[in-house]
Design a binder for this molecule. Structure first.
Ligand code: PEP
Length: 255
């Protein structure tokens, strides 16, 4: 009913040559592994996007994406990259709302909603991230935080537009820390997110939205996480930098 997606987030890693070589390895290893409703997305730094998008041609279940784009369409914004520029590389996805952007670059809900609108207008599918800090989890505020992130970033969209959104639940305390949400903790939040979508849109939209888990996901914990009813794949940081680990995670859906 909904696509199973494993997306890699390379973050600010790999020079140009290293990125091309890693993507070439990934394509060779996954090309016969992804089938049916499965999809693989690699979100690289901007410098790799055009070349890896070329390498992905002919592999309809492998796509490329950016990790950010700017909240204006064009103009005097030195150093920024627009959604339309991302599209022109051949990439079809963009990560928005990642906690590293929210925390280090002060990106708030209003800015993110503008980015989401421009990304959709340029034909990109946003992978929109939500998630609570450790303090918010320990004080039982996590449902409220996630509801607010959804309301500010994506719930202004029409039913039709929302169908192009992929969500990622990424507890901030689990990103890059080696701590992973337990399958039960993750499932609880994923079910909550799906209920919020159903309440805001309808059950059909909720049932067709892919909601990925992210936060220290690796080949060891992916099988238990991905077997949860409302987890539709993963957004993978550290483990996406090693072709073998990333491909092992992709293969969880074939086991
Ligand atoms: C991420 O940054 O999206 C992420 C999930 O990172 P890691 O897998 O390294 O925790």
């Amino acid at each position: 009913m909904r696509r199973k997606i494993v997306a890699g987030n390379w973050k600010m890693n790999l020079d140009y040559q290293q990125g091309i070589s890693l993507f070439s390895e990934i394509i060779n290893m996954v090309k016969d592994e992804v089938r049916g409703d499965q999809h693989v997305v690699v979100c690289s730094p901007f410098i790799h996007l055009h070349a890896i998008s070329q390498l992905a041609k002919g592999h309809p279940r492998v796509s490329t994406g950016a990790q950010n784009c700017y909240a204006e369409a064009a103009g005097a914004y030195t150093g920024e990259i627009s959604a339309a520029q991302v599209t022109s590389t051949g990439a079809t996805y963009v990560i928005l709302g990642h906690s590293e952007r929210r925390i280090y670059f002060g990106e708030d809900g209003y800015l993110l909603s503008k980015k989401v609108d421009l990304a959709l207008k340029s034909g990109l599918s946003p992978i929109f991230c939500v998630g609570e800090t450790l303090e918010e989890r320990e004080s039982d505020q996590y449902f409220d935080v996630i509801r607010q992130q959804l309301e500010a970033g994506v719930f202004h969209l029409s039913n039709e537009a929302f169908k192009n959104i992929i969500l990622a639940y990424e507890p901030v305390w689990a990103i890059g820390t080696g701590l992973t949400a337990s399958p039960q903790q993750a499932q609880e939040v994923h079910a909550f997110i799906r209920n919020e979508i159903a309440a805001h849109y309808n059950q059909e939209v909720a049932d067709s939205t892919s909601v990925l888990y992210g936060g220290s996901c690796n080949p060891g914990n992916a099988p238990d996480l991905f077997s949860q009813a409302d987890i539709d794949g993963g957004l993978i940081g550290g483990a996406s930098l090693k072709s073998r680990d990333f491909v092992e995670i992709v293969k969880v859906y074939n086991a």
